[in-house]
Design a protein. Structure first.
Length: 349
């Protein structure tokens, strides 16, 4: 077994399963993942005002039982952190963060606000794939049904335990995330209850390797891997998730003055699988590096993300990628590689 550390937590990377087999399980049935993302709780009288200071999104209009993708920027307009924000009650929110130090950032900006920041000690499981709706319907005795839409969330009984569940994930498939409630949750029991509920629908355990292929296909980016504080949301292709009319968030002034050009794109290579660190060249000169790559069984081509040294109109250019000691032709494409309207995770594809 190969383990990794992410967001300060250990998680399984490789348990010897077949990567392609589990990829198709994810695409055709569903997979259960133990993921290391970390929920952080923020609550208090000033919580909305505080969150609208931290994140470049409107927060006041997030309804209870809903989630929203959010980005926190540095004063210079770089991306400090992204994540998903959930409103659990009127003055109680969770931010589910990827890798990175979110808590010190929140504390540093909290001095003028009446808020409390805490760690709910919640671990996260993901059930992802087209039959995941059936699994969650069975696991909750019908409480989660077709009316539980994309980015909906709430508390549900699973095997006699009260868990927070969201209709989200990191795969571009229909999926759900289950959040434990600290010491109140019997985690081995929850694991077994989910596997038992999912058995008739093909649910099996998988690792990040199959998820990684699918998240790249879906254009889902990873903090500190695909982007970091040296890139603006514009450069990362995330401008759709900026509410620039929201007047008080950190980094707004810098973003208003920033270039709208992009540095991060998709790359396709018919002859090889791109790997992190591979050099992409244009007109014979190095122009960028691969941040993540995989072989897509669905597209039958090597795919990945390339972060260029400079923002420019790189889309559509033919280039070369140096991988495994050889140069291979590649093309620069838009993200995601397919399903740009997210019809699949919304249950419309």
């Amino acid at each position: 077994m190969l383990m990794g550390v992410y967001a300060g937590r250990c998680y399984p990377i490789d348990v010897g399963d077949d990567e392609a087999e589990k990829y198709w399980l994810l695409r055709q049935k569903c997979a259960l993942y133990d993921v290391p993302e970390r929920p952080i709780e923020i609550r208090g009288k000033d919580v909305v005002r505080f969150l609208e200071r931290i994140f470049a999104r409107h927060v006041a209009d997030v309804k209870e039982g809903r989630g929203r993708y959010v980005i926190a920027c540095t004063p210079q307009g770089g991306i400090y952190m992204d994540g998903v924000l959930f409103r659990l009650s009127e003055d109680r929110y969770w931010v589910v963060q990827p890798d990175g130090a979110l808590v010190p950032w929140l504390i540093a900006y909290s001095g003028d606000f009446d808020v409390a920041i805490s760690d709910p000690a919640s671990r996260v499981l993901q059930i992802q794939g087209p039959t995941s709706r059936d699994v969650m319907r069975a696991a909750t005795s019908g409480a989660i049904g077709d009316d539980f839409k994309y980015f909906h969330s709430g508390f549900f009984d699973i095997g006699g335990q009260n868990l927070y569940v969201s209709r989200t994930g990191w795969t571009g498939e229909i999926g759900y995330e289950v959040y434990t409630q600290g010491n109140a949750t019997d985690c081995p029991r929850l694991w077994n209850d989910l596997l038992e509920a999912g058995r008739p629908y093909g649910l099996q355990y998988s690792t990040i390797r199959s998820m990684e292929i699918r998240r790249i296909e879906a254009g889902i980016l990873d903090n500190l891997t695909d982007f970091d504080w040296t890139m603006t949301p514009f450069e990362a292709g995330l401008s759709a998730f900026l509410d620039l009319d929201q007047p008080n968030f950190v980094g707004r002034d810098a973003l208003l003055a920033a270039s709208r050009l992009t540095r991060l794109f998709g790359v396709k290579c018919a002859a090889a699988k791109p790997s992190m660190g591979d050099v992409v060249s244009y007109a014979g000169k190095p122009a960028g590096r691969i941040t993540a790559g995989a072989w897509s069984p669905f597209l039958n081509v090597g795919i990945g993300y390339v972060r260029f040294d400079e923002a420019n109109a790189w889309l559509g250019h033919d280039m070369s990628i140096h991988t495994d000691g050889t140069d291979h032709p590649c093309s620069i494409v838009a993200l995601p590689f397919y399903d740009p309207e997210k019809r699949i995770p919304r249950g419309l594809g």
